[in-house]
Design a protein around this ligand. Structure first.
Ligand SMILES: [Zn+2]
Length: 238
């Protein structure tokens, strides 16, 4: 999937592709900004498909594209495209060349499909994506049992600092209370197969708690803010 693009010179383009087997790569697309170039429409952000490239000294060069899905619904809807761009930037944050990113790519694909279908609210899609992406890249919360004593109760208390949960006897000052449905939601998002991620809904209080947790969790564990988040928040709060 193409996750970003930038112009080079008069007619060329540099695109960044997230691939399954070799991670995030930078590719030079010669002539992709010429009106009559076959690459013109194919080298836009969100294009998902098979890319033929050849390695050069410092970057790859694009020689062929077969697009399977353009996600045109997302490109033409402002809220969805801003959210989609945010997802791609967040994926870019975690990925680099040489890593296998099959899971990340699967997650992005399922997420964009869910946005297109429009059955799950965008706010819920956003939070599910954030938590699952962080989980894939080794930043999961341990939600199995109390970290101190191993007890499991209906309500547990989430520690952002320790990335785990406490029972009521061991809860600490800044822990966030998780009622049974909030806890269930977090566990579900961390562990269910990606194909089934976008198949549930939550009540307003659970949604609110989920959003608050993810804002705090990302603030704590990302070493820099995402550029597209500002735009996203402007749009969400207006
Ligand atoms: Zn305990």
């Amino acid at each position: 999937m193409i996750i970003s693009q930038s112009p080079i010179g008069e007619y060329d383009k540099r695109i960044v592709i997230l691939t399954d087997s070799i991670g995030r790569i930078s590719v030079f697309a010669r002539g992709a900004r010429r009106q009559n170039s076959a690459f013109m429409g194919q080298t836009e952000v969100f294009s998902f498909g098979t890319f033929t490239i050849y390695p050069g000294k410092s970057s790859y060069t694009l020689t062929g594209v077969s697009v399977e899905n353009y996600f045109s619904d997302i490109r033409t809807d402002l809220s969805k495209s801003v959210l989609g761009m945010y997802f791609l930037e967040f994926a870019s944050y975690y990925t680099r060349e040489g890593q296998n990113e099959t899971e990340t790519l699967k997650l992005i694909y399922a997420t964009l499909l869910a946005m297109e279908k429009g059955k799950v609210p965008l706010e819920l899609i956003r939070r599910i994506y954030e938590l699952r992406l962080m989980t894939i890249h080794g930043e999961a919360m341990d939600l199995t049992e109390c970290m101190e004593c191993g007890k499991e109760e209906a309500n547990m208390y989430l520690s952002m600092a320790e990335r785990g949960i406490h029972c009521k006897d061991h809860k600490k000052e800044n822990d966030i209370m998780l009622d049974a449905s909030s806890l269930y939601t977090l566990r579900y998002v961390e562990s269910i197969p990606i194909e089934r991620l976008y198949s549930f809904s939550v009540s307003d209080p659970v949604m609110e708690r989920f959003s608050k947790i993810m804002d705090g969790y990302m603030r704590r564990y990302l070493d820099r803010p995402l550029r597209s988040e500002e735009m996203l928040n402007i749009l969400t709060n207006s």
